[in-house]
Write a protein that binds this ligand. Sequence first.
Ligand SMILES: O=P(O)(O)OC[C@H]1O[C@](O)(COP(=O)(O)O)[C@@H](O)[C@@H]1O
Ligand SMILES: [Mn+2]
Length: 662
Amino acid sequence: MKNLSKVSDGYLENKIKYLKLLAKQYPSISKASTEIINLEAILNLPKGTEHFITDIHGEYEPFVHVLKNGSGVIKRKIEELFSDTLDESEKKMLATLVYYPEEKIELITKQEDNIEDFYRKNIYRLIELCRYASSKYTRSKVRKLLPDDFKYIIEELLHEHMNSQHKKEYYKSIVETIIQIDRAKEFIIAISTAIQKLVVDKLHIIGDIYDRGPRPDIIVDKLIEHHCVDIQWGNHDILWMGAASGEKTCIANALRISARYANLDIIEDIYGINLLPLATFAMDMYKDDPCKDFMPKTNDQSFTSREKSLIAKMHKAISIIQFKLEGEVINRRPEFEMDHRLLLNNINYDNGTINIKGKEYKLKDTYFPTIDKNNPYKLTNEEKNIIDKLVISFKRSEKLQKHVSFLFSKGSIYLKANSNLLIHGCIPLNEDGSFMSMKIKGKEYSGKALMDKMEALSREGYFFESKSNQKQYGMDIMWYLWTGKCSSLFGKDDMTTFERYFINEKETHKENKNPYFKFREDESICEKIFEEFGLEVEGSHIINGHVPVESKKGESPIKANGKILVIDGGFSRAYQNKTGIAGYTLIYNSYSLQLVSHEPFNCAEEAIVNESDILSTTVVVEHKAERKRVRDTDNGIKIQEEIDDLKLLLMAYKKGLIKELQ
Ligand SMILES: O=P(O)(O)OC[C@H]1O[C@](O)(COP(=O)(O)O)[C@@H](O)[C@@H]1O
Ligand SMILES: [Mn+2]
């Protein structure tokens, strides 16, 4: 609505209730006018930089590093700004200082004789860099990103131009005072953190924060602190969200994976969940069983063989509990159509074989002391006791609940953000390219509607009262999202966990990917998806994670002529030998969309001491001749609506429909 001359009195009167509310915030013609001018100015600023990261899988060190270096954006800005004035080592040193200010200063203090000189040189450089990084934002936005302690000082320094002698003195005196009163270290930390925030306006996580790697909790804590983040749930995240809701099968699965990767300390020490009942049960029940196929996957030399053996026993114990519990869900939810995953009743416990899809296979391990062959899904009393206690502990873990409620508040199954459709796995399709449909509570859903429904049900699974039917259904859907064939988070027809542990023949391990993964090379299918989700056919993209891009084999992360970008390159160390790199990230600034591939990252300590950054290669996927402005973004649309409303308010003031309050 731009043409206000066409607004009728009737239209204004209809909106009067709303305009009166708005008048409380802008009580005069002058206040409303000033805001219109401010908002118009914002619309003309360049679009802020968006940063996309996915499949972090508990690998907090490279994740934190990539967050700090903005996938190479900081380095590029340093390059642009100081290419003529600083040499390579000075630029490297400055970059490291921005990433790890506290640690770097500590190190320098031990080495440098003249620390004041170091402070002076670098404070000036950091101010310049900060000014450069903030140049595309309004003063008020920059102010909000500055740390409280130094807000005023940094603002002064950023806007002080040394063009007059008087200003130069003023500027210099501020810097000298900071050094003299011994606040240089704190100042450098503050301004470096501000620079890290300024280079990335918005962070998008495309899922799988949890599992396999050592510290997903640190990642979530970092995200909680972040100034602007959204999260698309990955299959591994929904698993933990289901577990935190109290869903037994999700709890068993999350525990099984933690045992598999020797990460049980996340559950015990970080989330405070007592694993003693499971450990004592496993030690008794699998006392003489070597649990060979359940040995944890870890290179960590600090585990003793006794520890590993205990983890293997716990791993097997919780796996069997998981298979039994899954049977319960499959049986109570026939509409999930997962009967083919009922395997415990296909085992011939006397011969040690299993029948899968009509074929008989020998089991690698036939020791099932807790399975009653006549009733294989029934938990023993002890198993039941363990899982009941675990439910209570997962629901009571304050930290886990804090993390999961954050995932609910900032997360979703998919997100439309500035012409991009963000989805962890896929949009489930049939072989003929049509949207896969699923019956939920008797009604068929497909495409966007299916994903919306699943998201709503997952929220019910977490938020509804314990023991209600809705909560149980929602929790079962969360488990379905982890492993079901119509799940956009999983995107495969089967999760062959049992087969991987118990059968040698690889043919039984196969998990078939949804036809989406073949169709995502096809532009016309992408266009159909854009239409389904209400996105423009031209200029939109789908951004996925979930399936590692096998760069080693020459696979490209760019699909369908640039309409789809797959950025799971494998932060996960467990997958790096497959991908050959340490992950892709994506940067979307006002000029271009850039894919960044990263080489493996060793550790933060090495980055600080040797000033070694992650080696990254950037490929420009798309370059715009015309710079994108805020007005071209989703936020721009909202701002334009605010401007339109404010203009109506102005008119209401001028016509006397609303009186100025001041
Ligand atoms: O590599 P692992 O730990 O054996 O896990 C394999 C399982 O993980 C999955 O790949 C799901 O995890 P991703 O989302 O990371 O792909 C399953 O399809 C598969 O059964
Ligand atoms: Mn995944």
